[in-house]
Design a protein around this ligand. Structure first.
Ligand SMILES: Cc1cc2nc3c(=O)[nH]c(=O)nc-3n(C[C@H](O)[C@H](O)[C@H](O)COP(=O)(O)OP(=O)(O)OC[C@H]3O[C@@H](n4cnc5c(N)ncnc54)[C@H](O)[C@@H]3O)c2cc1C
Length: 413
C-alpha cells in the first residue's frame, strides 16, 4: 500500500491513541490551528484497566467539566499493611480530596473535547508502524533540510494501518499506551515494568454504603506493591499493582485481597490486567518528527503508578509542540524543528522532578513498607498525604526539605 495524497489521508498531525494523552494532544494541536487526525484501534467508548482515581493534578489539567463524570468522591482513608495494622482517618471538615471516574466515561469526554476543538477521529484503526522520510520502520532518519528555510525538514511521516491505505502527517504523536508501537519506534527504554490486576465489582447497597466516601490502600506483601479499593457507588474498583517479574505472587495477593474484602463471589463487570512501564531517566521522548506522550513514553509516577495527570500534561505539551512545528514557515510537508526540539526539555522540566521523587519514595517503600505505613498513617503525616493527593504539594517539593530527603534516603538504603 502506498501513501496517497488526499485530504482524507494527509494531515498536519496524526495522534495515535485516544486515551488521556492522545486526546489532550489532539485538542491542543487542533485548538492551535493544526489539521489533526486521531487514530484509535478500539471503538469508543472503550474500557481501560485503571482505578480512575483523579488526583488534584489530574483535575487541574483535565480541561473539561467533570460534573456528570465523577461517580464518587472520597474524604476518608483506611490504610492497611497486607490486611493488618488498620488505620482509618478522615479530614475533620469532610471535604473530598479525590474524585473517582470510570475511564470509559472520562476518555470519551476527553475525545469529544478534542473533536470540538476540530480534531478528526477515526476509531477501529490500528496503527502498525511509522516510516519517517527516507526510511523504513527499522531505520528512520530525522529528515532532510528544506533549502532556504533554516531548521525545517522536508518530507512526511507515513503511518501504516491495518487493512487500509497509508496515511501521512508532518508530525506524529504516539499516545498508544504502555504496549504501543510508537514507543518502540522512538526507542523508549523503561527500567520499571509493573502489572496491575483489577476488577470492577458490583456490590449490594449495604456494602456500597460501607465504603461510600472512603478509600482503602493496602501496602502489599510483594516488595513495592500495593492494593486499593476505590468506591464508586454500587461498583467497587479493586486492584493491586507491582513488579511484573513477581506476577504469580501478585496474582496470589490480588486473590487474597479480594477475598479479605468479601468480594470473591461478587459479580465483576471487568476483571483484567494491564502493564505500566516507567521510562529510564535518559529515555528518548522524540525521534525525528515523532513525539511520544503518556504511557507510550513511560511517563507516570514510579511509586503510585498514577498516570492520568502525566498523560494529560505530556499530551498537551506534545500537541502544542506539534502545532508549533507545523505552523512554522516552510514548504508543504516541512516542519520547524525548534518546537519539536523543545518538547523533551519541556517534559523533563515539568515531569522529570516528580518522576525522580517518585523513584526515591518507591525505593524506601520497597525496602521498608512497615516504616512507611507507620509514617503515612500517623496523625501528623495524614494531612501531608492528603495535600499530596490534592496536588497542593508534590513529593518532589517535599524532598527538597533536608530532613525529609535524609529520611527517605535512609529508608531506601
Ligand atoms: C491497574 C491500573 C490502575 C491504574 N489506576 C490509575 C488511577 O487510579 N489514576 C491514575 O491517574 N492512573 C492510573 N493508572 C495509570 C493510567 O491508567 C495510565 O497512566 C493512563 O491510562 C495513560 O494514559 P495514555 O493516554 O497514555 O494511555 P492509554 O490510556 O493506555 O491509551 C492508549 C490508547 O491507545 C490505543 N492504542 C494502542 N495501540 C494502538 C495502535 N497500535 N493503534 C491505534 N490505537 C492504539 C489504545 O486502545 C488506547 O485507547 C492505572 C494503571 C493500571 C494498570
Amino acid at each position: 500500500m502506498g501513501a496517497i495524497d488526499t485530504p482524507d489521508s494527509t494531515f498536519d498531525v496524526i495522534v495515535v491513541g485516544a486515551g488521556p494523552a492522545g486526546s489532550s494532544a489532539a485538542r491542543a494541536a487542533a485548538a492551535a490551528g493544526a489539521r489533526v487526525c486521531v487514530l484509535e484501534r478500539s471503538s469508543m467508548p472503550r474500557y481501560k484497566t485503571c482505578g480512575g482515581g483523579l488526583v488534584g493534578l489530574s483535575t487541574d489539567h483535565v480541561g473539561i467539566d467533570l460534573a456528570g463524570l465523577v461517580r464518587a468522591t472520597v474524604s476518608s482513608l483506611t490504610m492497611t499493611w497486607d490486611g493488618r495494622y488498620t488505620v482509618s482517618r478522615g479530614r475533620t471538615d469532610a471535604r473530598p480530596w479525590l474524585s473517582m471516574v470510570m475511564r470509559t466515561d472520562l476518555d470519551a469526554a476527553l475525545l469529544a473535547a478534542a473533536q470540538t476543538a476540530g480534531a478528526i477521529v477515526r476509531t477501529g484503526v490500528q496503527v502498525l508502524g511509522l516510516l519517517e522520510p527516507g526510511g523504513d520502520p527499522a531505520d528512520q532518519p530525522a529528515g532532510v533540510g528544506v533549502p532556504g528555510v533554516p531548521g525545517a525538514h522536508d518530507g512526511w511521516v507515513t503511518v501504516r494501518v491495518r487493512g487500509g491505505a497509508d496515511l501521512r502527517a508532518r508530525v506524529v504523536i504516539g499516545a498508544d499506551g504502555a504496549s504501543g508501537r510508537c514507543g518502540t519506534h522512538v526507542g523508549v527504554r523503561c527500567d520499571q515494568v509493573d502489572v496491575g490486576l483489577e476488577g470492577e465489582f458490583v456490590v449490594d447497597a449495604a456494602l456500597a454504603e460501607r465504603w461510600a466516601g472512603r478509600l482503602l490502600l493496602d501496602w502489599g506483601p510483594v516488595p513495592g506493591s500495593y492494593g486499593w479499593l476505590f468506591p464508586k457507588g454500587r461498583v467497587l474498583t479493586v486492584g493491586v499493582i507491582g513488579d511484573r517479574a513477581q506476577g504469580a505472587a501478585l496474582r496470589g495477593y490480588y486473590e487474597r485481597f479480594v477475598e479479605r474484602l468479601g468480594l470473591t463471589a461478587a459479580p465483576r463487570q471487568h476483571d483484567s490486567g494491564h502493564l505500566t512501564r516507567v521510562r529510564a531517566v535518559d529515555s528518548p521522548l522524540r525521534r525525528g518528527r515523532v513525539l511520544v506522550a503518556g504511557d507510550a513514553a513511560g511517563l507516570l509516577d514510579p511509586w503510585t503508578r498514577e498516570g492520568i495527570s502525566f498523560a494529560l500534561r505530556s499530551g498537551r505539551l506534545a500537541g502544542e509542540a506539534a502545532a508549533g512545528a507545523v505552523g512554522a514557515p516552510g514548504a508543504a510537508g516541512s516542519v520547524g524543528s525548534a518546537a519539536l526540539d523543545a518538547y523533551p526539555d519541556r517534559v523533563e522540566a515539568v515531569l522529570g522532578p516528580e518522576m525522580a521523587a517518585g523513584r526515591e519514595v518507591l525505593g524506601a517503600f520497597t525496602r521498608r513498607p512497615g516504616v512507611m505505613h507507620a509514617l503515612m498513617s500517623g496523625p501528623g503525616t495524614f494531612g501531608l498525604f492528603i495535600r499530596l493527593i490534592e496536588g497542593r504539594t508534590t513529593v518532589a517539593r517535599q524532598l527538597r526539605r533536608p530532613g525529609v530527603r535524609a529520611a527517605v534516603a535512609a529508608l531506601g538504603r
